[in-house]
Design a protein around this ligand. Sequence first.
Ligand code: OGA
Ligand code: MN
Length: 283
Amino acid sequence: MAISFRPLSYALGAEVQGVDLAGPLSNSEFDQIHRTFLERGILLFRDQKISREQHIAFSRRFGELDTHDALPRDRDPDYPELLLVTNIPKANGAPSDSKYTGQLWHSDMSFTLVPSLGSLLRGIKIPPVGGDTMFTNMYMAYDTLSDGMKKMIEGLHAIHTGSRKIVDLSAERAAEQKKLNPPIAQPVVRVHPETGRKALYIGEKVSCFVDMTEAESRPLIDYLVRHATRPQFVYRHQWRPDDIVLWDNRCTMHIALGDYAEGEIRHLERTTIKGTPSGYYQQ
Ligand code: OGA
Ligand code: MN
C-alpha cells in the first residue's frame, strides 16, 4: 500500500497512512516520513501493533536514542531507551513517579545539555475518555511576534528546570531532582538545525531569564507561553491504544492535560531521540 499523509490540524501534524511499523520500511518510505516530520512537526501512526523492540528499532532510524540518565526513576529497568509514562502504581503500592509527567507546557529534555530532537510516544492503555495531549507550533509562535518583541528576545537566555507538577513532591525528592538536573540556560530563540527556521524555545518549566530577577522575568514568560499556546497554533491529540505519536522537540511544545478520571489506567511508553548540544549550566 502506498504511503500517504493527512494533516491533523491547520498549525501542525500529519497522520501517516499505509505504513506498518512491524514490517520493513524502505529508505524511500523513510525519506517521505522524515520530510513530512520536518514540515509538520508531529506525525501520528495509528493501529501499530508493535513490540517494544520494534518501537526502539523504528525510533533509532531518526538518530541515537537517549538512555534517560536524567530521569532514572522513569525508565524501564530492562529497556533504558524506554521512558514509562504511567499512572500504574509501583509493586509496593506507592504512586507511580511518572503519574504527572508532562502536565506543564514543555519541550522534552530542555533542562539538560542535550535537549531532545524528537520523542516517540506509544499509547498502550488509554482511558475511555480523555488523557489527551496538546501540541503547539513554535515556528508560528515565533513568526507571529512583533519585530519589537523579536528584537527584545534575540540573545535572551531562559533558565529551564526539571520541575514537575507533582503535588506531593517531598523536599527530599525535590533536592534529589535538583542535584540530578541543575538549572540549564537555553536560548529563547533557536535555529532548527535541519530546517534553518527560527523557533521560540520557552515553556512552563522556565523559572527566569539569565541576568534578570524572577519578578522581572515572570510577566514575559507568561506572555510568551500564552502567545505560543493560542488555540490556532495547537493540535489536540485524543489517544487510542496502538497510536504512535512522534514530535519534533526543536519546533513544538506539548502538555499532558490529565483530563481523565482518577482510577482509570493510562500507560504510554516513550523513546527519546538525542538532539544537538544546547545551553549551559546556570546556578
Ligand atoms: C512525554 C509527555 C505527555 C502525555 O511523554 O514527554 O510529555 O500526554 N507526555 O503523556
Ligand atoms: Mn514531554
